[in-house]
Design a protein around this ligand. Structure first.
Ligand code: SF4
Length: 445
């Protein structure tokens, strides 16, 4: 008897829904580079879940590109590489791709295939998912997925599974990189920490998968070794929200990265600049770029928690990190309460001359599961429409000082201004200077 087939569907994580920005924004060099890097990241969550699937199942992986017609994607799922219809299809989707996943699920379910959704969006808004999927998984998939499969196989399937937060990253299985076939992605991903101990109002990382946990050093090393056996000197993107926020000793993890010759990218708050020894270990271990949430030069968000600080202090931290040989990708958010055309003009003036080697500029977006979402919902400021607009580039709430259309237009102009080729090429020169300082004798290897 042939095995039942499980098809895992990774929904594209980055979509830019606003046509005006699509026309202009993605053609702009800095934005296009980061968009391309994000779209090529392998689906770590699904590859990890795949490692928990018993051998009594066949598995296929399908990567949705976010643009192919949903009917075509549904047909690809139903026929698959092996021309066998799956018994179950499991989707992993972030908020902007959740409605597209729902449409594909509805087409697939018509053929008596069971559909499952998990991930941050399903965890935050199970009620949004329930009408469109047979099973909704909330929380860490590692602690529920094997049970889900055995219930299904035994005819006892339930319509929801919820992890209790007790999963230890020490029990993480090795992701099934083999499911990528011969394809070697430009960057591999490892999660060294899940969640964040802080509580910024616009961020779901600290709340949805509580508590914040770290991966033991030996598991990190095992995953990195598996990646290095596929690709020498790999590019690694740590799939963390705030890598250095825990009190762990980061030395062994950084030593693993150095020993495997990795070049890597992660996200951290600015306070690593206060730890010169750690900073120099980070640089020596191959770290090339850190995304640092600076958020705004105009506002101090009330919910910025422990990373909240005087703007000048954060800029000094940028200098210290870059002096250590690591490019800072300064992450800024536009459109919080109090934002005006004038404040955005001032942000544009700053970003044209800013010291960071790279920047990320997005609209404040109230993702479900955040306190920002709850407060805008309560005050009836969320604009009507589905979650496909929650792209980080589309206004989805009523701003307090402008119309939504005005904020959108001002944001589009700001993106056009700070990512235009001559401004990007200034940032490229900063990156080049940092790269060459890294190569200087006596500074670091
Ligand atoms: S510090 Fe960063 S990861 Fe942590 S809650 Fe704030 S925005 Fe999220």
């Amino acid at each position: 008897m042939s095995k039942p087939k499980l098809t895992l569907v990774a929904m594209s994580g980055l979509r830019v829904g606003h046509e005006g920005l699509l026309q202009r924004g993605l053609k702009l060099p800095g934005l296009a580079r980061r968009a391309s890097a994000l779209s090529q990241l392998p689906p770590l969550g699904l590859l990890t879940i795949a490692a928990l699937v018993p051998e009594t199942w066949d598995i296929e992986l399908l990567m949705d590109d976010g643009v192919t017609a949903v009917s075509e994607v549904a047909e690809q799922i139903l026929s698959g590489k092996s021309s066998t219809q799956p018994a179950m299809v499991a989707f992993s989707a972030l908020t902007p791709s959740a409605d597209r996943a729902a449409r594909i699920s509805q087409l697939v379910r018509r053929r008596n295939v069971t559909t499952v959704i998990g991930g941050l969006h399903a965890t935050a808004t199970p009620d949004h998912c329930r009408p469109h999927f047979d099973v909704v998984v909330q929380g860490d998939g590692e602690s529920t997925f094997a049970k889900l499969l055995s219930d299904f196989a035994g005819g006892r399937g339930r319509d929801s599974y919820r992890a209790d937060g007790s999963f230890s990253l020490g029990d993480s299985p090795l992701p099934r990189w083999d499911l990528l076939g011969d394809h070697s992605p430009p960057r591999y991903t490892i999660q060294s920490m899940r969640g964040c101990p802080w509580a910024c109002s616009f961020c779901a990382a600290s709340r949805l998968l509580e508590p914040a946990r770290v991966k033991p050093d030996e598991r990190f090393e095992a995953e990195l070794k598996a990646i290095a056996s596929r690709k020498a000197r790999p590019w690694i993107e740590l799939a963390d929200d705030n890598t250095f926020a825990s009190g762990r000793d980061h030395g062994p993890m950084l030593e693993s990265l150095r020993r495997h010759g990795a070049r890597w990218f992660t996200e951290s708050d600015w306070r690593i600049a206060k730890q010169p020894e750690l900073l120099s270990q980070i640089a020596e271990s191959g770290c090339r770029q850190i995304l640092v949430g600076l958020e705004s030069n105009v506002f101090r968000y009330p919910g910025m928690g422990a990373k909240n600080a005087d703007w000048q202090r954060m800029l000094e931290a940028v200098d210290v990190i870059q002096e250590a040989g690591i490019v800072v990708n300064g992450c800024l958010i536009v459109g919080a309460d109090g934002e005006t055309p004038e404040s955005m003009e001032r942000l544009g003036d700053f970003l044209e001359e800013a010291p960071m080697g790279e920047i990320q500029l997005t609209l404040q977006t109230p993702f479900p599961g955040t306190s920002l979402y709850d407060s805008l919902l309560r005050s009836q400021r969320l604009l009507p429409g589905d979650f496909s607009r929650y792209t980080l580039f589309d206004v989805v709430y009523q701003p307090d000082q402008m119309t939504a259309e005005q904020l959108q237009n001002e944001f589009n102009d700001l993106v056009g201004r700070v990512f235009r080729p001559e401004v990007q090429s200034r940032r490229d020169s900063i990156q080049k200077r940092i790269r060459s300082s890294r190569r200087s004798p006596g500074k670091r290897s």
